[in-house]
Write a protein of this length. Structure first.
Lengths: 199, 199
């Protein structure tokens, strides 16, 4: 019989309360004050009262820390589409996936708003945001294909979903207490229906 | 009365027949043989039998030479949308703009096919391609707004257009003699109509 001993170096990996959100808020404050390019990881860690080592336990670098939501959304989309009834139309599967992501934004509206202002001020970050959207569209396409939706319908539907979400998000993010994100998504999907139907 | 004298240094800017297309073909050959990252402007110029100086008279750098079509498409889209009858639906304005661009691709199908293969092999170039699409969607949005189409309809319609074109292009580019690009664009727009209409 053996006992598993977990060696634990308190100095290196001691638990810091809310380290992730403290780092995130410190970074957003610095990006706004000095600009994204002028801010270093050392400064972010210092402002948060943490070490650089702790920063790198949570984030790859100062750019990627703005985009960790991508992985959360990807998993949420995949899981929601996988759980939809087989009788659902592809666009309804995508609408459900977008709807499932709404609490992620509502729960963090102030951070999301600040993050968006940082991205809007930096072309390199806007490029990264385009990559995020493309990756999420690609994830939803995969999920739809796994549900038997053929191409190009899978890819078109996923991209329509990302387009509707982006349009809704842009309206919501500047006045998150005024608008309902779910409703804006439904409105964008309805507008896409009217637009593509033509005259 | 005065005479305008144009000084002209023959050594520096002598005319080279088809310099642009010779450079383009040389670059595509080298990108395919060695990879995009491993190819220098000096090598491209040498392969084309021209100087680096001539290269830079036509292109900003070895990346941008793959994307000069963006400006041509932008102007074509703007001009076509500006010339549409005011009674046309926004989606029909966008469809006409895309249709107007088809000859640009048909006339250069072999170069376009090779270019696409280079982009598909390089993540950095794929990012640049996403930027190109975003810029073209933004140009079409502007053109629609100038025709009195309000937001978010202008932006949604422009993005639907870029999505339809991209979907059609991906099918066309691998077998440009087999498919008709115009027809593929119309098919994608029809599919978007069915998709957004839902169940």
């Amino acid at each position: 019989m053996s006992t598993t001993v977990i060696t634990y170096n308190r100095g290196m990996s001691r638990w810091e309360p809310n380290a992730r959100s403290r780092l995130e808020q410190a970074a957003l404050d610095l990006y706004r004050e000095r600009g994204f390019d002028q801010t270093t990881v050392a400064e972010i860690a210092q402002r948060a009262g943490l070490t650089e080592r702790t920063f790198f336990r949570y984030f790859v670098d100062k750019r990627e820390m703005l985009f960790w939501g991508q992985e959360i959304l990807r998993e949420l989309y995949m899981r929601t589409i996988a759980a939809m009834p087989g009788s659902a139309a592809p666009i309804d599967m995508v609408a459900a996936a977008l709807e499932a992501s709404v609490p992620v934004f509502n729960d963090r509206r102030e951070i999301v708003r600040q993050r968006q202002a940082v991205i809007a001020a930096n072309p390199g970050l806007q490029e990264r945001e385009l990559l995020k959207r493309a990756a999420l569209a690609s994830a939803m396409s995969d999920a739809l294909r796994q549900r038997g939706v053929p191409d190009p319908i899978a890819s078109l539907t996923a991209n329509v979903g990302v387009l509707a979400f982006t349009t809704a998000f842009v309206r919501w993010v500047n006045a998150p207490d005024e608008y309902d994100l779910s409703q804006l998504i439904r409105e964008a999907l309805d507008q896409l229906k009217v637009i593509t139907a033509g005259t």
